[in-house]
Design a protein around this ligand. Structure first.
Ligand SMILES: Cc1cc2nc3c(=O)[nH]c(=O)nc-3n(C[C@H](O)[C@H](O)[C@H](O)COP(=O)(O)OP(=O)(O)OC[C@H]3O[C@@H](n4cnc5c(N)ncnc54)[C@H](O)[C@@H]3O)c2cc1C
Length: 323
């Protein structure tokens, strides 16, 4: 049993102290501010401890106001749909901001360009682009995140990735100021992009190619059906846990170690796709993190290849929580 579940008042006391030190003028806010919010409600693994503060803004002005009023010492974490996120069981000390479903505009700019809000669901962006006869983001149809998460992760599939069609992005900083940056100002690589600490994506302008709508839709249907054949959809996961090492596949290496079906607590390596870890119902984030470490260890032992997690991990270890 964890220290926190045994002594819940430890977190409440620490939260109480933080709330007293954190001057949030709630009367000025129009969004939804929650305290001690279970992050398991906001991650696709459905695990994770509580966040001190969780804010879903009303709009961009409200978001800027909230960000600017937080003391500089308070860590801020942005999340989208939590579909690539492991939140540790002791929770998140600081403020979590979610713009999923809020800054979710889909603007047609002409010249085959779209401006996509960072809170827009990837699947919706792909579907709406198809409707406009615009091709280039079909692969986003099967990615259960937001445009902001896809930008942060340089999410990709079927040979495409998010930044391949990005021309410019809008960024918000810790003072709540928004500015526009060009694609060339970022270093983009496989599942990563350089973005300064405490800066976050607000929108992206993408340049696409004109094609026949029905052909684009057909392409999306094919991708979704291949995905359903290969991946354990409908089970609680974060998609691929590890990046593919150069010239190989993490799933192949994990399977070759005989780890399909291997479980720690309620976390289990998928029988269908070895790079997926499933929460079979009772998993904690600790179970999942331990299984990730176990898989890394076994693959390193057998192949001398260091698997790098694609999944982002945030939050406190249970024994790190401040009293
Ligand atoms: C079934 C399944 C299939 C998947 N298939 C794929 C796939 O084919 N390809 C692929 O690449 N991924 C895949 N994923 C993983 C995941 O969906 C992607 O990484 C997605 O881009 C994450 O988006 P999100 O909004 O859920 O981000 P989150 O998981 O909420 O956050 C991920 C990271 O992005 C950061 N972030 C989120 N929003 C912003 C923002 N606005 N500004 C700055 N940083 C931000 C967070 O701080 C965090 O570090 C899959 C996941 C699942 C569950």
């Amino acid at each position: 049993m964890s220290l926190l579940s045994e002594f819940p008042e430890i977190r409440s006391q620490s939260l109480m102290n933080k709330m007293m030190q954190t001057s949030i003028d709630e009367t000025a806010l129009r969004g939804d501010l929650k305290r001690d919010e279970p992050m398991s409600h906001h991650t696709s693994w459905k695990t994770g401890g509580n966040a001190d503060f969780y804010y879903s803004p009303a709009d961009i002005e409200d978001l800027a106001m909230f960000i600017a009023m937080l003391p500089k010492s308070l860590p801020i974490f942005w999340v989208g749909n939590g579909s690539n996120l492991l939140v540790r069981d002791a929770g998140v000390s600081g403020a979590v901001v979610s713009i999923a479903g809020v800054l979710d505009s889909f603007e047609i700019l002409g010249d085959n360009k779209l401006k996509l809000g960072a809170g827009l669901a990837c699947a919706k962006a792909a579907r709406n682009a198809a409707k406009q006869g615009l091709s280039g983001i079909e692969f986003l149809a099967g990615i259960p995140g937001t445009i902001g998460g896809a930008l942060a992760m340089n999410a990709g599939a079927y040979g495409g990735d998010t930044w391949q069609c990005v021309e410019q992005v809008e960024i918000m900083n810790r003072s709540g100021d928004v500015r526009t940056l060009q694609r060339e100002q970022f270093e983009v690589a496989y599942r990563s992009v350089s973005i300064a600490k405490d800066e976050w994506f607000i929108s992206a302008t993408v340049k696409l190619e004109k094609k026949d709508s029905e052909k684009i839709r057909e392409q999306i249907r094919t991708m979704l059906s291949e995905r359903a054949d290969a991946q354990p959809l409908g089970q609680l996961s974060c998609g691929s846990v590890f990046r593919n090492p150069e010239g190989d596949y993490a799933a192949r290496l994990i399977e070759a170690c005989g780890l399909k079906g291997h479980a720690i607590g309620g976390a289990c390596v998928s029988d269908k796709h070895a790079n997926f870890i499933i929460n079979t119902g009772s998993a904690t984030s600790t179970d999942i993190e331990q299984l990730i470490e176990h898989v890394r260890h076994r693959v390193a032992e057998k192949f001398t290849i260091e698997l790098i997690p694609e999944v982002r991990m945030i939050g406190d270890q249970v024994d790190e929580v401040s009293h």
